[in-house]
Design a protein around this ligand. Sequence first.
Ligand code: NAD
Ligand code: UDX
Length: 459
Amino acid sequence: MKIKKIACIGAGYVGGPTMSVIAQKNPNIQVTVVDLNQARIDAWNDNNLDNLPVYEPGLDAVVAEARGRNLFFSTDVNKAIDEADMIFISVNTPTKTYGKGKGQAADLKYIELCARQIASVAKSDKIVVEKSTLPVRTAEALKSILKNTGNGVNFHILSNPEFLAEGTAISDLHNPDRVLIGGEDTEAIDALVDIYEAWVPKERILTTNLWSSELAKLVANAFLAQRVSSINAISELCEVTGANVDEVARAIGRDSRIGSKFLKASVGFGGSCFQKDILNLVYIARSYNLKEVADYWEQVIILNDHQKSRFAEKIIQTMYNTVNGKKIAFLGWAFKKDTNDTRESAAIYVADHLLEEEANVVVYDPKVSAEQIYRDLDYLGTRTSGENRRLVTVVNNPYDALKEAHAAAVLTEWDEFREYDWVEIKRGMKKPAFVFDGRNVLDGNQLEKLGFDFKSIGR
Ligand code: NAD
Ligand code: UDX
């Protein structure tokens, strides 16, 4: 089975970069990425590569190489499905906000819509690849929909979860630790293996059964998030005992059985995946009556929520128990550096907490727009959008944010924050000038020498 045409439904943070790299490395395969969102597709087709809808280092070069050659972005979903031999489903699978499983289970309505559309349009056999992160056993539902509503053609379902991290998506895709493919039909599996073998060494392509592949994705995210919550739990202990969490992380990370990655204490993890996928894991465990398993993983989220509110509380306490009317400059809004994605960013929750205390928050982020920041706050529904606009200002220049501020709070670990002229900043700030480093990225000793009142995580 040789694949000539690929369609990918969903041109988001996963579909866009993943398909760009597949097209770059397989110039003989035509790859069409489709989405219902016209503005998103227009942005993917924009001649100015600065306007791509996803900011990822290196993505512009990949798109420049493949777009128009064998990589296309379109809103014509039916045509792409009709022509493709292989269809990736890469739509969003957010946490349900209604009905059964509200607040925990994954909302599969977009997945089901895709399956029904594929079934109704397909007139030839297709390989359907789950690229979205899905609850274990979703392939069963997909199979049933495709079989029962289709035009009598054959569908083979594969699970091929994506492990890229935002901010490093292109290097993760170019050089993955592993590619995981779950399936039942060896011909279909081989067809997908072939595509990855264009650039991924064979020994890094793992094949499993469908259920292991689906579950492994949730488990990988749960383990990664658990490490962050583990080190964040220790950060609170460090603060009361005089230990330094970065030193503790360095010491334990040297143990090859523990390893050094994902041990950076922070204001709390964010992103569209960790919380959603753990909640989903918890929901699945509960639905099989595995109470202890569910409670165990839920604790990762509870600790993360605690870390975010603990950081906000520390700001308030340190500033003499009131931030009412005080200007607090947020450095960073994205959930991590090198991305414009703000989904579940810790900054949103820390800001919300401070706004409840009537603080004036001024935000600077190198890649996030003002509209996005207001949308994030409005989405919480804590106060009216008018109130959010009254209390929060967004600026394009960090020095404007910090001018006359009572405090600076680092919410994202953007490299540029280290390069600022902190002498100049100190001069312009209200005194005492507080700095709360929620990412442990600034040189605390240096800032203290300059006269800042400096607080960080776990030290
Ligand atoms: P996203 O919201 O950025 O993109 C999803 C896109 O799908 C949207 O543009 C939406 O308009 C489109 N869409 C939804 N339903 C559609 C339909 N019926 N037809 C056409 N288009 C449709 O989401 P994302 O971050 O790319 O995540 C997609 C999936 O990948 C999720 O399951 C997520 O868990 C998983 N994942 C995400 C990451 C990540 O870093 N963001 C990493 C690994 C896996
Ligand atoms: C994650 C997984 O890493 C990736 O494999 C999966 O495909 C999608 O989910 P992502 O959420 O994009 O990727 O970024 P990641 O680097 O995992 O960071 C997630 C959050 O944890 C960020 O808010 C980050 O700042 C935080 N984090 C990460 C820490 O606070 N400390 C760390 O040591 C690592």
